[in-house]
Design a protein. Sequence first.
Length: 111
Amino acid sequence: MHASRTLSHSQSTVPSAKRDRKVVPMASAKVSRKQLEDFVLAILPPPQIDIRLENHGSLFLIRGLSEAGQAWLDENVGNDETQHWGGAIVCEPRYVADIAIGAQKAGLVIR
């Protein structure tokens, strides 16, 4: 049987640099919301945009960029008098918010 031996602090087998080292907690990294959003956007693929709203001052152009976006516009926006330009619906600014809200409620991505 081996006899148990008690070591004093000065006789410790742990080197003094490790023995005398103080534990310093790491500072918590504070990340801003913008930094987090930038990180997420960098690692995730961009969402498919279904409808694009183009502000041209006194008029907006509304473009269906995906099949789902175009189908939703065909069903929900316009009538026989709707003006089109370059494949887009020409719209007065006062109607844009309602169109955007309706498209978002339908699950479409707008920009």
